[in-house]
Design a protein around this ligand. Structure first.
Ligand SMILES: *Cc1c(COP(=O)(O)O)cnc(C)c1O
Length: 449
């Protein structure tokens, strides 16, 4: 479509019949009805497209309050004296379709336990996406491992499978795909590469509850999968995490490690502490909140998915707005964020920061998402530490620094626009507000220079 030819009328004509019906009924956008004057951008003093608030998060009900009180009154606050964490583990394993689940104190600790038990150790390399929450980097540095980044596929926001093999060498032990923003990574390609090179696959599914690849849940597609239940996540308990897997022996070892190295299942019982361990346990309080939150997860996921697909249909033809793509194997996305790319050439070269501010002023909260974190201080902080200098030769660190450039990721970090999952817990009418706000800015792009 020629960028100058898109008018609001054409845009709405191209939209679904449902949307047209709601236009006819006057249900859509204030600014459309009110004509030219209301067309003035809110950031320039006009009327915002939306004044109504968006859902807050988390959302809870009385059942959570009652169960927290019952744990409190029992005095059994730790899993060794209660049953709630075990109950949650069984329920989550069932939901995921795995034999086992181990609940942990957080997503970070879930990843740390998984890395340790799979034998990923100081001096090893793990291939990972640079486009992820910083915890993914941190767990690798805490394990004294080199996180070797493979550039991002800007269309899907995920690790680019075409860029993985060139990063593999004799030190590579694992690939850690992250289903970032709740959109599945290309697991067929990643698993095939892992198999070919005899690598482990640890999924960081910390944003991907109920997301699916070819009908199987994200987090169950590799050797172990890790989840987070932090306050902002779709299954929130303030803090919390889980590891899921099908190998009983590995899961027994995860349990043992997370419980100070005490024997568990097949972990031998010849002494009190047969293996090294740590305390990564979940509390009973967290587990009862999770049991209560789990009741709404399926329906919320459905709502987010439906609204995300509808929003895509409404914005995909606006010049310069490029909705994320999903790989063909994706049968469900979780939409922790709804991302699109912004090509400012089509918007009179208005910088992204100004687009974000203008959208915010129209009543649509949004953000630019991750920056190029591989260039933040933390990588150098690790490489310059005593431990890393002891473990890695100067030549190896030099090579690592030389290769630490990911142009596609850098560009994505400049172009991304994120909408929070909260915005998707609404209706198609609310999605129309988002689409109309973007369109309003597009139409007024000449006034924002
Ligand atoms: C939230 C998150 C984590 C870490 O989880 P915590 O529970 O906050 O420790 C790890 N990876 C990703 C991608 C996340 O979003």
């Amino acid at each position: 479509m020629d960028e100058n030819s898109v008018t609001r009328r054409q845009f709405l004509t191209a939209a679904s019949a449902g949307a047209i019906a709601s236009v006819a009924s006057g249900a859509i956008p204030a600014y459309g009805k009110a004509g030219k004057k209301a067309g003035k951008l809110a950031i320039l003093g006009g009327q915002p497209v939306r004044t109504k608030s968006w859902p807050s998060w988390p959302i809870w009900d009385r059942s959570a309050e009652e169960s927290i009180l019952s744990v409190l009154r029992s005095g059994n606050w730790y899993r060794g004296r209660g049953t709630k964490v075990s109950e949650f583990e069984q329920a989550y394993a069932k939901l995921m379709g795995t034999r086992r689940c181990l609940a942990t104190a957080s997503g970070t600790t879930a990843l740390l336990v998984a890395l340790h038990i799979l034998g990923i150790d100081a001096g090893d390399e793990v291939i990972v996406s640079p486009y992820t929450f910083i915890a993914t980097y941190n767990v690798l540095f805490l394990s004294k491992v080199l996180p070797v980044f493979a550039d991002t596929d800007p269309e899907t926001f995920q690790i680019n499978p075409d860029k993985i093999e060139e990063r593999i060498n004799e030190n590579t032990k694992a690939i850690m795909p992250v289903h970032i923003l709740g959109l599945p990574a290309n697991m067929d390609r990643i698993n095939a590469i892992a198999q070919k090179h005899n690598l482990l696959v640890i999924e960081d599914a910390c944003q991907a509850w109920l997301a699916e690849w070819k009908g199987k849940k994200c987090g169950t597609l590799g050797d172990l999968g890790c989840f987070s239940f932090q306050n902002s996540k779709h299954l929130p308990a303030g803090e919390g995490g889980a590891i899921v897997g099908n190998d009983e022996e590995i899961m027994d070892r995860c349990y043992s490690f997370h419980n100070c190295g005490r024997p568990y299942g097949k972990v031998k019982r010849t002494s009190s502490y047969p293996v090294r361990g740590s305390n990564r346990r979940m509390q009973e309080f967290q587990a009862v909140i999770l049991m209560s939150q789990m009741k709404r997860l399926e329906k919320d996921t459905q709502t987010r998915g439906e609204n995300a697909h509808y929003l895509t249909s409404k914005i995909k033809d606006i010049p310069g707005i490029m909705p994320h793509k999903l790989y063909e194997g994706v049968t469900r996305a979780a939409y922790h964020l709804y991302p699109f790319r912004y090509k400012k050439e089509h918007f009179n070269n208005i910088p992204r920061s100004k687009l974000l501010a203008a959208l915010g002023a129209e009543g649509i909260p949004c953000s630019g998402g991750y920056g190029p974190q591989n260039k933040d201080g933390l990588v150098e902080d690790a490489l310059n530490s005593k431990g890393y200098k002891r473990l890695y030769s100067e030549a190896r660190l030099k090579r690592y620094r030389r290769d630490n450039h990911y142009p596609d990721n850098d560009q994505l970090c400049q172009e991304a626009v994120w909408l929070s999952q909260r915005l998707l817990l609404t209706t198609k009418k609310d999605m129309d507000d988002i689409a109309n706000a973007i369109l309003k800015i597009y139409e007024n792009r000449g006034k924002l220079a």
